[in-house]
Structure formats: structure tokens, C-alpha cells
Ligand binder design. Structure first.
Ligand code: UN1
Length: 502
């Protein structure tokens, strides 16, 4: 039965290869943010006891999984990627229904999952370490990657399939097992993913799904002594709390947190191209990407022609259900997001000049959803609150500056450092920007969104804690280095001593 048209049913946890109810006996609902009358399903409100069972199951499965040859593990990832591709449309529709992004973007989200599954499937035949000469004769040295153990995977709703895949694929291919706690806004997406993981042949216990509140399920994962590595994507305050809690157990924690990404537009830019890049980055996914552009930093001489283009184009964007092909911008994810964005409109009115938007979507058909108009503020100063704080909605601030140096200063003057971009036709300036922009990702003549899965993804400053997802860099989060020395000389050789004169 297609879950998208099914009656709302009650979904279960996935522990030790079985779909089971929570021991706590409570459930929560997931609803369509474009029309909250549409109930997607009831999901288990997991408890600390459920998490403990999931961790035990992951530990047990790990004993075998870590001994399974990595190329064999990779084959299962490959099958999972193929299943995602086969079910792409069904998954994308379920995603749009559950979290709102327009269907083309939901397809892109699934595609990102496919891409990382295939990339990491290939890692099953790489997982490279080093072999290197020893400083002593008749001695050999190498380093290998080893799995860490049970990985706690705590994910957000905005990329409800791509981000879990970014985390689980490298964790699994390198021999770890997983306890997966998805956002309570997207438990259905998580369930569909895990169903396909089971179908792909991940052995019982290698992947466990526990839905439920962060305060209970997330907390139980983070505080468990038996989950040595945690990967979390979400807001900075939660990440900070989580890292603090995990530090008492000396856990490895990989954090992908907030962003306040900026697009620099210089006087020599192609303004039409810049306009396309800005609109896509600011209002795609209704501004709910960590990589979304919420600041445009423009040389004063081009502010007016740029604003004229942005205003005209933003006004033409159609709000609606992401399942309708005419829709450009879907709803915000929930009522909390709507009230947060609305609150920032008041702040923005005090700090800048409202150019367009600033209101809930009010046209017919939108009354049951969390819609908000694409919003632009002009005349914003770099240190204003709307230019500093992550709003996570369709709100863009335009900040005028005098020149390139002013743009660099404004761009870098935020606590985050995920993505940035510059529009210029000058190659020398573009290279300066690659050097000067203090972000983990830099785009030249493109917006701030659209990272590809074979490059490292992550940011500087309070965007994270130095780890990167995706690319082979992701393996660093989920593996422990082991250095191995083999002495075949037949006698004791002392490093640093026996090869030195005297
Ligand atoms: C996120 O918003 O956390 O680069 C992830 C992008 C996407 C991933 C975004 N590929 O916008």
C-alpha cells in the first residue's frame, strides 16, 4: 500500500530487525505543514528504555558487522542506493507531504541520499589507510581505519532523507552500527528510509530507529556510555548542550549547526545571474536550509538595480503545497517556525526597510498551512539582529557596503561559517574571496546552496566543531585510526634510539 494515500496509521520503532511498539505506550502525530488537517500518521514516542534496547541490539550486531568485509558492507549500501532510486518518486512525495518542500527539491533530497549511498558503497573497496616506511630496518608500518562502535545519529527535518544518509552511510560502511533518532517533524520520512535499509539487507540490529522527543530519546543516546560517537545536525544551542553532555564521557561528537550565509554582489557582477542565485538560495526550501542565504552584501552602486530585480521576482513566487507543480515556495515546517519568523519581521521593521513580504501567506487554499511570504529587508547594517541571527525562514537582508574589503568584513562578521558566495566577473577578486571568506563552503558565481556529496560539507566557527560530513572526510568521524608496526628483524629495535648515531 502506498503510504502517501494510506489511512493514517500507527508506525513503529525498528529495533534488532523488528518493528515494535515503544514500551512507553505513547504516540505523537505527524501532520502535513501545507494543510494541517492532513494527518500522516501516529509515531511511537520512544523512551530511554527503548533506546537502551536499541543500543544493546546495535552492540550485538556490531560484533559481526565489524568483521564483515568492508566490500561486502559496501554492496549492501549499493543495494540501498538502488532501492532509493527505484522508490525516488514515492519517497519524494512522502517527504513533501511531511515537511513541505516543493517536489523538485524533495526529489533532490532523495537524490542526495542516493549519491552518498553510492559514494560510500565505493568506500567499502577503499577505506584507505597509509603504508609508510619505518625508520628502522626490517620493520614495516601502516595505519588502518577501524569502526568505533555504536553511532548515535540525530537528524533534522529539513533534509529528512539526505542528512540521515550522509551520516548513516559512512558510519555503516566503516563497520559501525547505528541508533537513529530523527526529528519529530519527519518520523515518516525516517521510517520509509529504514524500511528500505532493511530491504537492502542491512543485518538485524545494524540500523535501529527510535522516534520520539529529543529530551527523552536524544538525551538517552547522548548520555549512554555505550554510544561512543554522536553525529548531530540542528541548531547551535542544542548542539552546544549535546557536546557538553557528551564531553563528560569523552565521546566523539560531530556537529553541523547554524548558518548565516551571505552572498556578496560586486559592482561588476552579472546582476541577472546574481538575482537567480540569490532567489534560489534565499527562498528555496522556504529558506529552511543550513546553507540558505539570509544576507546579500552588495556594493552600494548596484543595490538599487539588484533590489528592483529581487523585489519583482520575489513577488512573483507562488506559495502553495509543494505537491502542486505551480508552487515555488512551500510552507514552513510547523507553527513554531511560523511564529519565530513572524517575530523577526518586527525586528526587521525596526532595523531596515521592508521591501516585500513580511506576512503570512493569505491567499485562498493557504489557510490551513504554515505559509510565509518571501521577505526582503533593505538598508540592513551588518551587526543588526536580522543580519546576525539565524531565522531559518524566507527572510533576506540586503546590506550595502562600499567595496570588496567592506564586503569581506561584513560577510565574516557573524558567529557562523557554513557557506558563502560571491558574484563578480573579475577572476582575481574571485580568488581573493576563496581565500578571504571564513566559511567551510565557498561558491563563485552561484548561490550558497547545492553542495555535492563527494566534497566535505561543514562550517567554521559556531557552525560546528571542526568535523565535516560527506566526501571521504566523513570517514574521519566514524573511524578510529590504528597504527601497526611489524618488526621482522628478529631482535629488539628501539625507535628514536637505535637508528641514531652514538
Ligand atoms: C542542510 O541544509 O543542512 O548544499 C543541508 C545544500 C544541500 C544540503 C543542505 N546539498 O544546500
Amino acid at each position: 500500500m502506498d503510504p502517501v494515500v494510506a489511512e493514517a496509521r500507527t508506525f513503529q520503532l525498528f529495533i534488532a530487525g523488528e518493528w515494535v511498539d515503544s514500551g512507553g505506550g505513547r504516540t505523537f502525530e505527524s501532520r502535513n505543514p501545507a494543510d494541517t488537517r492532513d494527518l500522516i500518521g501516529h509515531f511511537q514516542a520512544g523512551t530511554a528504555a527503548d533506546v537502551a534496547r536499541a543500543i544493546r541490539s546495535a552492540e550485538t550486531a556490531g560484533l559481526r558487522w565489524r568483521r564483515t568485509p568492508a566490500p561486502k558492507r559496501g554492496e549492501i549500501l549499493y543495494r540501498f542506493g538502488a532501492l532509493l532510486a527505484e522508490h525516488k518518486e514515492r519517497l519524494a512525495r512522502a517527504m513533501t507531504r511531511e515537511m513541505g518542500k516543493v517536489l523538485t527539491e524533495a526529489r533532490g533530497d532523495v537524490q542526495e541520499g542516493i549519491d552518498i549511498a553510492f559514494l560510500m558503497a565505493g568506500e567499502g573497496r577503499r577505506l584507505f589507510g597509509d603504508t609508510t616506511p619505518s625508520e628502522l630496518p626490517d620493520k614495516w608500518a601502516m595505519s588502518i581505519r577501524e569502526p568505533i562502535g555504536v553511532a548515535g545519529i540525530i537528524t533534522p527535518w529539513n533534509f529528512p532523507m539526505a542528512i540521515p544518509c550522509w551520516k548513516m552511510m559512512p558510519a555503516l560502511v566503516s563497520g559501525n552500527t547505528v541508533v537513529f533518532k530523527p526529528s519529530s517533524d519527519t518520523p515518516h520520512c525516517a521510517t520509509l528510509l529504514v524500511e528500505l535499509m532493511a530491504a537492502a539487507g542491512f543485518p538485524a540490529g545494524t540500523v535501529n530507529l527510535v522516534t520520539g522527543p529529543g529530551a527523552e530519546v536524544g538525551d538517552a543516546i547522548v548520555s549512554s556510555p555505550d554510544v561512543p560517537v554522536i553525529s548531530f545536525t540542528g541548531n547551535t544551542e542544542t548542539g552546544r548542550r549535546l557536546a557538553t553532555q557528551a564531553a563528560t564521557r569523552l565521546k566523539r561528537v560531530s556537529l553541523e549547526l547554524g548558518g548565516k550565509n551571505g552572498i556578496v554582489v560586486l559592482a561588476d557582477a552579472d546582476l541577472d545571474l546574481a538575482t537567480d542565485g540569490i532567489l534560489w538560495s534565499a527562498f528555496g526550501t522556504t529558506g529552511q536550509r543550513c546553507t540558505a542565504a539570509s544576507r546579500v552584501i552588495a556594493e552600494r552602486t548596484v543595490v538599487d538595480p539588484l533590489l528592483e530585480r529581487l523585489e519583482r521576482r520575489a513577488k512573483a513566487l507562488r506559495l502553495g503545497s509543494g505537491l502542486d507543480s505551480g508552487t515555488d515556495v512551500g510552507p514552513l515546517v510547523n507553527a513554531g517556525a511560523l511564529s519565530k519568523v513572524t517575530g523577526y519581521i518586527e525586528v526587521g521593521r525596526r532595523e531596515g526597510e521592508l521591501v516585500t513580504g513580511g506576512r503570512r501567506g493569505s491567499s485562498a487554499g493557504l489557510e490551513h498551512g504554515h505559509f510565509f511570504e518571501p521577505t526582503i529587508f533593505a538598508g540592513v547594517a551588518p551587526m543588526d539582529r536580522i543580519a546576525q541571527e539565524e531565522i531559518f525562514g524566507p527572510v533576506l537582508s540586503v546590506i550595502p557596503v562600499d567595496d570588496y574589503q567592506g564586503a569581506v568584513t561584513a560577510l565574516n562578521q557573524v558567529r557562523y561559517g557554513l557557506s558563502s558566495s560571491i558574484f563578480t566577473r573579475d577572476a582575481n577578486t574571485a580568488f581573493r574571496a576563496m581565500r578571504d571568506f571564513e566559511t567551510g563552503i565557498v561558491y563563485i558565481n552561484a548561490g550558497t546552496i547545492g553542495a555535492e556529496t563527494h566534497l566535505p560539507f561543514g562550517g567554521t566557527k559556531e557552525t560546528g566543531n571542526g568535523h565535516r560530513e560527506a566526501g571521504h572526510a566523513a570517514l574521519d568521524t566514524y573511524t578510529e585510526w590504528k597504527s601497526i608496526y611489524v618488526d621482522f628483524s628478529g631482535h629488539l629495535q628501539r625507535a628514536q634510539i637505535d637508528n641514531q648515531p652514538g
